[in-house]
Ligand binder design. Structure first.
Ligand SMILES: Nc1ncnc2c1ncn2[C@@H]1O[C@H](COP(=O)(O)OP(=O)(O)OP(=O)(O)O)[C@@H](O)[C@H]1O
Length: 611
């Protein structure tokens, strides 16, 4: 057996060799430098001060618009901020806690609805038993006010403290027992804790859709041999990037030829920056995901100094970089349809689990080895309860039959001009069987009413000021409290950016951008030419009042039914040919080449220090 290593030395040695490498001033690996990623706004560490400053900042934008060059005057726009509302809105304590309201819900209904929906496979993938237990172990409580604490006891105690200090928070926080602690307990104690060794985390081990994954098999084999995974099992090959709460490394599971992305977070730093909870939220969210367009957490382990998340490695870079490489720096409508359709399925799945993503932007959409996407970065996500409702049921026999079938949406039988026909039939079917399959499906569709499940956490509310300037929804900027509709706003901005190569409300500076989001109407550039359906979808999504926004009530279901997606086969999109597949040489380069010199970590941490 290999000798255990000192991971602090190991990592610092690795960092040193990287700096040495940088100082040699070697040419960039890619030869192309792209504009750095747009930083994400995060709640400040000081809740009370920062919450006030957010709103002061927002109010200042409106009250002092005259100061701002090139912006319309105050009289030129409707007063978009509710001053009285803000006065009455004490945000202390709720800012960083990301509290949300809990929908009173009957456990049985939830389980039944979720189960029926899973059987139908409308979303392609269903929550595993761990997710079902997510619903069933939730402590439901009726929220007196808009906010109910959903965080761990560690957090509750710090909020309690601020409640004592401010004396006002209790009006807004209706604490219930920590449901997080009842589902996943944070591993804080021991030096080396692989999740497999922790009972409370064992549900996270159940990933039914990973059965044939070589990486999963390699991990399981090491577990079977050594008991649990530790740092010594991995060889860190290169630094992939650096985020707000940690650095991501390309890592090889020693003795296997499998690569992973390992997010390494320094626990002392997390604690001193009060980011432990964010890190824990991200880990807990990753643990319950099992979806083709979302990251797989292969394992998590803790060492004395670090908390490490081992995820799937995406060698294709992100959509932000990929867009820069397109002619005109925008994607074709065909490619856009593919990417946004996959993102939509990922968001739908997240909402079904009560997770509001809140940080959609091309930088967070990574490209897998096969060209399909993976939504990454969950440290800003908001968790809340969701009450799935089966609004349209179908004959149970047919639903069962369909669960083994391929296609549930009425639109999916039409041949597509936007996504190659190969995606409409499973790859493993022969031509003859394909024909039969299509016939059977056609008939099926004519007679089978589709079940429709609404799993939109419509009642969730958070007051956090989080996101990326160009992607912030108006309700976040205005501090009105926001819910799942923010994901549909960002989805609209994302769609716009991929189609036009820029976001719709970008101003010369961040202040101007925020002002434009709130006060400026949506406009489309004359070129490139984009279909009416695409523009209509964007118009529906970029409605400033969340309650009038497309998908506000019925979530992704509404968007999937829009003509822009008319011919998309939702159930089989994961078998579709992606617009671009990373070339083997590019993959090899991503895996073997060292970092280019002077690479600045993307996604730099940006506190709201400019307020
Ligand atoms: N699974 C992955 N495969 C390949 N690269 C990855 C993977 N996950 C992250 N990265 C790279 O590592 C960088 C850091 O990722 P991380 O999720 O920690 O933060 P971020 O998204 O950049 O920023 P933040 O979390 O601060 O918003 C990313 O920019 C991305 O380039």
């Amino acid at each position: 057996m290999e000798q255990p290593i000192n991971e602090v030395e190991y990592l610092s040695e690795f960092q040193n060799s990287l700096s040495e490498f940088h100082s040699q001033n070697l040419p960039s690996t890619s030869g192309t430098s792209y504009p750095s990623s747009r930083p994400t706004l995060r709640p400040s560490r000081n809740h009370t001060a920062s919450s006030t400053s957010h709103h002061n900042y927002a109010l200042k934008i409106i009250n002092n618009v005259e100061e701002h060059e090139g912006l319309p005057t105050k009289s030129g726009i409707k007063q978009p901020f509710d001053m009285d509302g803000l006065k009455n809105c004490d945000l202390s304590g709720v800012l960083e806690s990301d509290n949300c309201s809990l929908v009173p819900s009957k456990r049985a209904d939830v389980n039944h609805a979720a189960k029926s929906y899973c059987q139908s496979e409308v979303t392609t993938f269903c929550p595993s038993p761990s997710q079902n237990s997510f619903y069933s172990t939730t402590v439901y409580s009726e929220a007196k006010e808009s906010f109910t604490n959903t965080e761990v006891s560690e957090w509750a105690s710090s909020v309690d403290k601020s409640c004592d200090e401010s004396g006002e928070v209790t009006n807004y926080c209706d604490f219930n027992e920590s449901r997080k602690t009842s589902i996943y307990r944070a591993s804080t104690g021991s030096d080396a804790t692989d999740e497999s060794s922790t009972n409370s985390l064992s549900s996270a081990m159940y990933k039914p859709h990973k059965a044939n994954d070589v990486r999963w098999e390699a991990i399981q084999a090491v577990r079977a041999r050594d008991g649990m995974l530790e740092m010594r099992h991995f060889r860190l090959l290169k630094k992939l990037g650096c985020g707000d709460i940690g650095s991501v490394y390309l890592a090889e599971l020693s003795g296997t030829r499998t690569s992973f992305a390992m997010k390494v977070m320094n626990k002392t730093e997390l604690a001193s920056r009060k980011k432990l909870l964010r890190a824990q939220t991200e880990r807990e969210i990753l643990q319950c995901l099992d979806h083709p367009f979302l990251p797989t957490l292969y394992t998590h382990f803790e060492t004395e100094s670090f908390s490490c998340l081992v995820m799937e490695f995406c060698p294709g870079g992100d959509l932000h970089a990929l867009r820069q490489r397109q002619p005109g720096k925008y994607f074709s409508e065909h490619a856009v349809r593919f990417y946004v359709a996959e993102v939509l399925l990922a968001l739908e799945y997240l909402h079904m689990l009560g997770i509001i993503y809140r940080d959609l932007k091309p930088e967070n959409v990574l490209v897998r080895e096969d060209g399909h996407i993976m939504l990454s970065d969950f440290d800003l996500s908001l968790r809340c309860t969701v009450s799935p409702t089966l609004v349209k049921s179908s004959n149970s026999t047919l639903v069962t039959k369909s669960s083994g079938g391929y296609c549930m949406e009425p639109t999916c039988i039409t041949q597509s001009d936007c996504i190659t026909p190969s995606c409409f039939t499973p790859r493993f079917l022969s031509k003859k069987k394909e024909k039969k399959f299509k016939l059977r499906n056609d008939t099926h569709h004519q007679v089978t009413p589709l079940p429709e499940l609404i799993a939109e956490p419509t009642n969730a509310r958070s007051m956090s000021f989080v996101g990326t300037h160009e992607y912030l929804a108006p309700e976040i900027i205005k501090g009105e409290g926001h819910g799942s509709a923010v994901d549909w706003w960002t989805f609209g901005i994302f769609l716009y950016e991929l189609l036009f190569g820029r976001t719709p409300f970008k101003g010369s500076v961040n202040r101007a951008t925020l002002f434009n989001v709130v006060g400026q109407p949506l406009r489309f550039p004359e070129s490139p030419t984009v279909s009416f359906a695409a523009r209509d979808l964007i118009r529906g999504l970029l409605v400033k009042e969340p309650q009038h926004r497309l998908a506000y009530r019925r979530g992704a279901t509404e968007i999937k039914q829009h003509p822009f997606f008319q011919n998309v086969n939702w159930a089989l999109i994961r078998c579709a040919n992606p617009p671009e597949v990373p070339r083997p040489a590019a993959i090899r380069a991503a895996q073997t080449e060292k970092d280019p010199p002077g690479v600045k970590p993307s996604g730099n941490y940006l506190d709201i220090d400019f307020f």
